[in-house]
Design a protein around this ligand. Sequence first.
Ligand code: SF4
Ligand code: SF4
Length: 379
Amino acid sequence: MRPEELAALITAEALGLGFQRIGFAPVEPWARHVLYERWLAAGHHGTMDYLAADAVARRDPRALLADARTVVTVALSYAHAEPTPIGPGPHGFIARYARGPDYHVVIKQRLTELARTLSARLGRPIASRACVDTAPLLEREAAHRAGLGFLAKNTMVIAPGLGSYILLGELLLDVEAAPSHEATPRCGQCRACLDVCPTGAIVDAYTLDARRCISYLTIESRGPIPRDLRPAIGDMIFGCDRCQEVCPFNAQAPAGSPLLAPRPGRARPPLVELLGLGAARFRKYVARTAMRRIHRAQLLRNVAVALGNVGGPEAISPLVQALGEPAALVRSHVVWALGQIARRHPDSSAQSALRSHRAMEKDPAVLEELDRFHVEMSV
Ligand code: SF4
Ligand code: SF4
């Protein structure tokens, strides 16, 4: 089969499987890998050591499939409508991509199916490898090279007509499909995403310092969230979409794929309820969603920060209860949250609760947070 015919066949089959965009990149070392290496050298990846560990493999897709001749890139949109209203009490914000089924599973299953179908249509076995997010592949580069969408200043891929609320997958094949035209950057003079970022994480156009990004802080980071960044996190407990919300390419985005339909109540969950999730209920809450990436202590840490930012007196009692959590990471952020509420509501019981806890606490990090609060309140 000629490369053009194969590209047409793959496109038809991929659309039939529900993918909304398909493109074809040739297999060669990625030209922009050098920028990736510079990004790593600047330390912008924070504690995501795996990104540096397999940096060399990311230079050429053949590190993943030695005989690869084509990188098929696909996209599914998760641009579903925002729910309103959200009800009384403080609510958290979950990034749109994490509100529905785990996209790793949804996309990988379909890419595997695509490879099976192609093999059957070609009448012979083909070597393939399906990748979704976790494989060492520069997938945004692949999408740009395959013309699926352009690399944007907020470092996302924007597929014109679909927007940037998309999830990507790649299928490496040992057969040659005609490559698509590389995408053309279209951000122009716009810099809305740089200006809106609450933490200044987009340090320059096309450059993200992950260490400041709320997505990194609430998902990838397993340690304490830097104190100076906590207020900017607002109500966000898993990821952040601010730099996509302001993007003009998302203003008219069509409805997202039903394959990634959000679960009811996932967009803006009540924070107090989440703080009370025991281990079993937590496991159930994150099961079969992209949220399974974080541990319970991380989620409670994030919920505490959000309550510190948007909670009122109604959050004091659940926070005090969370001071009994075994993880010092959780307790230190709960202390911070109670301190924030005490500042906003000086007549509430938050301050006395912190004073009582001081007598029982043993962990140095939590004690430091407590002492910091008492020193600040006494000046
Ligand atoms: S996801 Fe949020 S914190 Fe990260 S770059 Fe975008 S706006 Fe900034
Ligand atoms: S907000 Fe503007 S600069 Fe940022 S990604 Fe969208 S178009 Fe590009």
